[in-house]
Design a protein around this ligand. Structure first.
Ligand SMILES: NC(=O)c1ccc[n+]([C@@H]2O[C@H](COP(=O)([O-])OP(=O)(O)OC[C@H]3O[C@@H](n4cnc5c(N)ncnc54)[C@H](OP(=O)(O)O)[C@@H]3O)[C@@H](O)[C@H]2O)c1
Length: 342
């Protein structure tokens, strides 16, 4: 059986999702929503950087829902909660890289609307990505080797200058003064999805958390640098090192850590792992690295595919918000086909 999928926008992650759906043995891309007026009417394959596939992007939501898709793959830059509710209440499942759509990071009212729409539509919503998302599920898989877990952590450590997303970086506080009092709240807001992820891991490990804490340090640019998509002035924020900690019994037991740098010319100049590092303190202590073979991970691909590959399981899941622990093992599907490559 092939599941009918509508892709919602073709930005960096959405384009990778389209490429991953073309040739996917369990999925059929039947439609695509365009946020940008200039993309309406364009072939979705071409928008995603591959050959035409005969499906054209549209901003007509009624027409997309009339296609009776099994699932929408929802990957815009910002959520439109009215769209999310409309999709779910019409009975269409929704998978997304916006991790906070599955939690309470957008507020209790939004969460309640989403839960209600999914119940009325008998549909499911699932959020993943690489981090938060798949890297944390790797950590949980690694934890199966341990007799005792004192602390389990995941680190994402990247130079993000290849991501070219000025709006996202400015929303996080990049190029602001390091002592700007508003910035810690910006970056903590950008980390709201990690708070939701800590909750999912705590439920999986059956640990009661007393609190979730957030800490961050800033790296200041050593000189003014033009990255092509934005300029960071000397002395201003060019990187972050932070931790979101789930605390139990007064100590951190689950941590989502990050070192995010735009370039390398900053103080402090934390080393970059160029990937993901899982660490478990316990018996035995374990370290596990997810690192690219080649120069770097294509973050758009590693973000999109854990969501795309989960679509069949999400379509089979009970109604409501489902998290990774509610689904069967999600794996890749392109071993024999590989047709989605650009
Ligand atoms: N969990 C994870 O691991 C992870 C990692 C990375 C990103 N993400 C999330 O994935 C989502 C997509 O990220 P991305 O980097 O692919 O985004 P992006 O390329 O910057 O934007 C995606 C698309 O959003 C539409 N768009 C642009 N401005 C918008 C606005 N103001 N409001 C609504 N839509 C707008 C555009 O649609 P058109 O295609 O029509 O032009 C654009 O192509 C984001 O929510 C991001 O936070 C998650």
């Amino acid at each position: 059986m092939r599941f009918r999928v509508v892709q919602w926008t073709t930005g960096k992650t959405g384009s990778a999702a389209v490429r991953g759906m073309v040739g996917h043995p369990a999925l059929e891309l039947v439609g695509c929503y365009a946020y940008s007026p200039g993309k309406v009417g364009e072939d979705v394959g071409v928008l995603a950087g591959i050959a035409p596939i005969g499906v054209r992007a549209t901003d007509d939501i009624d027409a997309l829902l009339a296609l009776r898709p099994d699932c929408v793959s929802y990957m815009p830059f910002r959520p439109d909660f009215d769209h999310v509710v409309r999709i779910l209440e019409s009975g269409v499942n929704l998978v997304t890289t916006m991790y906070m759509l599955a939690g309470t990071g957008y507020g209790d009212d939004v969460h309640a609307r989403i839960v209600d729409a999914a119940q009325r539509g008998r549909s499911s919503l699932y959020a993943s990505g690489i981090y938060p998302g798949h890297a944390n599920m790797v950590a949980l898989a690694v934890s199966a080797m341990c007799t005792r877990i004192d602390c389990i952590s995941v680190l994402e450590s990247l130079d993000m200058s290849g991501y070219a997303n000025e709006a996202m970086f400015r929303a996080m506080g990049v190029d602001r003064e390091v002592d700007d009092p508003e910035v810690p709240a910006f970056i903590e807001g950008a980390c709201g999805s990690f708070k939701d992820q800590i909750g999912v891991m705590a439920r999986a490990l059956e640990v009661e958390l007393d609190a979730v804490r957030f800490d961050v340090e800033f790296g200041a640019a050593n000189r003014t640098t033009d990255f092509g998509f934005m300029t960071i002035q000397e002395g201003r924020i060019a990187g972050f090192k932070g931790t979101v900690s789930g605390v139990s019994g007064g100590r951190a037991v689950i941590q989502c850590r990050f070192v995010w740098k735009v370039g390398h010319d900053m103080t402090p100049n934390w080393p970059v792992e160029d990937g993901y590092v899982v660490e478990i303190e316990g018996e035995p202590g374990v370290r596990c690295r997810l690192e690219p073979i080649g120069p770097h991970f294509d973050g758009a691909v590693t973000t999109a595919m854990p969501v795309v590959n989960a679509i069949p399981s999400v379509c089979a899941a009970p109604p409501g918000i489902v998290n990774r622990m509610d689904l069967p093992f999600v794996k890749g599907a392109h071993l024999l086909t590989g047709l989605g490559r650009a």
